[in-house]
Design a protein around this ligand. Structure first.
Ligand code: NAD
Length: 468
């Protein structure tokens, strides 16, 4: 991908000479114009009396999304190099998330409170749409993450300005077109562009939801706070999985190879640190074998587990990280997998041991197929290592010991704790969140997002005053 002041060029990571799309970046003036329209159209869309209309339109949009799934999955393969099986799975989940939020216009909109002092007084709360929701999204889940922001924002009555990642511009244009066909004109606007367009969205939004890196997130959070608007940010991760001595080596290794290297380690919740309690030779050997067996190649091929990383910068970052780790005592455990010839941004997977928990590989998100393997003498030490970074998105433990499970739930400091499961995963009705630098503001997903996308009002009514 490259962007000048006016043009975004999105390229295929497996074939960087191939331009997937080229469009003008949205200027701040245009963002401002779309914001005015979204606010205006949002007035009737967000009215209490339009709840059924909103539900109907969102159901129609979710049906359109389902019908276009195969088309969007293929576009995802082409534009962001996601292996076709994963792309299809992302679309299936996006449809289920859309269906869940399509019902939310009919959810309870407030609370009735007991009268305390005046028996005949009634107090209640109502929730009104926040106004215009600004949504800024990354490239790695180019359909699912936009859907899990756009649908609740619309369901609770807002207009939407959506700034997608430059790397996923073509998917964003296709997705927004198929949703917009079922919505009032001007309610949802997709605004291709880079940082300038993102900043302009932030300037116009009444509420801002961001997913992306910690570094950009900090800027966004600071600006949103400066404008006194609610902000929600889901950011980077360095998720750890603790493997207890009672874990079955073969099944733990299979799950972790997929969790660390699936989609070339480009999920925010990819497992980036594996911490074994004690040294399990059988587990390490199985992990190396499972990693070696992952097939790297053309993401359009159904037998391929791992495609390319997103761009040259990402590939360089992975190789620099491995070089640096090796220079500082790290050791690549696996014989690296063969990668396709040609100019695509393919890289092997790297399992690296011999780095201490303070090493940058165990402290910073490389966002590619690199995973640090460490060991701890006991479970408390493993928890200390897992908690010892600035990130706190997901953490997992593999064990059948219920005492360890209870301790993990209490002691692991992460937004999402998973037992005997990969660190990745999300459900529409379960809050998705992180702690420390991995998130800011209220969680995404679940019915609680209504609070984020709406303003609360409390109302107290008394009986009419008697004539004097
Ligand atoms: P990024 O932070 O580079 O970009 C995210 C979005 O912000 C893009 O749309 C980008 O154009 C926009 N942007 C960049 N600079 C901006 C600015 N100054 N003002 C406004 N907008 C700006 O992230 P990315 O490379 O697209 O995605 C990868 C990152 O996202 C990783 O760190 C990953 O962990 C994180 N991520 C987190 C989650 C989560 O739910 N926690 C999910 C997916 C990805």
């Amino acid at each position: 991908m490259s962007s000048s002041r006016f043009t975004i060029t999105s390229r295929s990571p497996q074939d960087p000479k191939s331009v997937v799309c080229e469009v003008d970046a949205t200027s701040p003036e245009t963002v401002s114009k779309f914001a005015t329209t979204a606010a205006h159209v949002g007035l009737s869309w967000g009215a209490d009396s339009a709840a059924q209309l909103r539900a109907d339109a969102l159901v129609a949009s979710s049906i359109a999304l389902e019908s276009a799934s195969e088309y969007l999955a293929n576009l995802m393969v082409e534009e962001v190099g996601k292996p076709i099986n994963e792309a299809r799975a992302e679309l299936a989940r996006a449809v289920s998330f859309a269906r869940y939020f399509a019902q939310q216009p009919l959810a309870d909109a407030g609370t009735v409170y007991r009268a305390l002092s005046v028996a005949s007084a009634t107090s209640f709360s109502v929730r009104r749409p926040a106004g215009v929701a600004g949504l800024i999204t990354p490239w790695n889940f180019p359909v699912l993450i936009p859907i899990w922001k756009i649908f609740p924002a619309l369901a609770y009555g807002n207009g939407v300005l959506w700034k997608p990642s430059e790397e996923a511009t073509c998917i964003a244009l296709a997705l927004s077109k198929l949703l917009s066909d079922h919505l009032p004109e001007g309610l949802l606007s997709v605004l291709p562009g880079g940082a300038d367009t993102g900043r302009a969205v932030l300037e116009q939004a009444d509420v801002l939801s961001f997913t992306g890196s910690v570094e950009v997130g900090h800027l966004i959070i600071g600006s949103a706070k400066g404008r006194h608007i609610p902000v929600q940010a889901e950011l980077g991760g360095l998720s750890a999985t603790i493997v207890m001595p009672d874990a079955d080596p073969a099944s733990a290794a299979r799950m972790l190879a997929g969790g660390a290297f699936g989609y070339a380690g480009q999920r925010c919740t990819s497992t980036r640190r594996i911490i074994t309690v004690g040294h399990s030779k059988a587990f390490i050997e199985a992990l190396v074998a499972e990693t070696r067996a992952l097939n790297i190649g053309d993401p359009a091929d159904e037998s391929v587990a791992i495609g390319p990383v997103i761009n040259r910068m990402a590939k360089d970052r992975v190789h620099d990280a491995v070089r640096r780790a090796k220079a500082e005592g790290g050791r690549v455990l696996n014989q690296t997998n063969p990668i396709p010839d040609g100019e695509g941004w393919f890289t092997p997977c790297f399992l690296v041991d011999g780095v201490d928990p303070g090493h940058f590989l165990a402290q910073e998100e490389v966002f590619g197929p690199v995973c640090a393997v460490m060991s701890a003498k006991d479970f408390p030490e493993a928890v200390d290592i897992a908690n010892s970074t600035r990130y706190g998105l997901a953490a997992a433990v593999i064990t059948s010991d219920q005492g360890v499970v209870a301790q993990a739930i209490e002691k692991l400091d992460a937004g999402m704790i998973r037992i005997n499961a990969p660190t990745s995963g999300a459900d529409p009705h379960v809050p998705f969140t992180g702690v420390r630098c991995s998130a800011y503001g209220p969680p995404e997903l679940g019915s609680g997002v209504q609070d984020f996308y709406t303003k609360l009002r409390t109302i107290t009514t008394h009986p009419p005053l008697a004539c004097a």
